[in-house]
Design a protein around this ligand. Sequence first.
Ligand code: RIB
Length: 294
Amino acid sequence: MKVLNFGSLNYDFVYDVDHIVQPGETLDSLNMETFFGGKGLNQSIAMARAGVHVYHAGLVGEDGSAFYELCRENGVDTTYLSQIDGKSGHAIIQVNKDAQNCIILYGGSNRRVTKEFVDQVLADFQEGDILMLQNEINCLDYIIDQAYEKHMTIILNPSPFDSALDQCDLKKISVFLLNEVEGKQISGHEDPEKILETMQEQFPDAKIVLTLGENGVVYADKERRIQQGIFKVKAVDTTAAGDTFTGYFVAALAKGLPMEETLRLCSKASAIAVSRKGASPSIPKMEEVEHTEL
Ligand code: RIB
């Protein structure tokens, strides 16, 4: 069984600010740093740091050679990473004093995926292989259709949620990993219980992992519900906390870990990520997750 993550890669320009800039306001930042990010890349790095061999499929631009280096350093397989003309994707991220962020994305090469490229990548994967997807690349609907034809296990993190997801046949998804905001966008409800109920009606065969911020996470499938609380840490930067959770979840699934242990591991890994700055640099290795007392 192989693990493929077809997703975005971004340069993250991170600005520390007193508060998130308001309409019409010009705001001086307190500090600025550049990190590697992108939901796709962060999740691949989390999978690799959790000890799983992951193939990252995606596109970087002319300025994107550094992504290859980063993937190699982290053990992310670059067989299906391709460099094209034009700019790589980037994100402009404000982080306020409460460690909350807001993000503007520039898709760049992430938005230039072609059906030919998808076919080329998926040709090497088959029934039972895991495919991880987020919503920062184009062609998502096509990727889902093709992977479903091949009977791959499709895991979707519908983030950021936008109208591109309306084009996708979400009935083909095996596992949803989402937060309350995305849950509301899919189900029309705010109450977590209602989100789960509605999604289970819409997608009866899917497994659902709903993260609830301070209230932890709940896992639901046809037979059971499992809850896991958060590990309390001093929050420094929440960027990539969700990606860390998702990457660790996929790794645990690939390793066949029991769901209770999986949720505990994911929650601990994402708590560690919240306690430090940046997207990909904040993601812990499995060793650290196992040995850190929280
Ligand atoms: O989830 C965090 C990521 O979202 C950042 O790394 C940024 O690149 C955006 O894609």
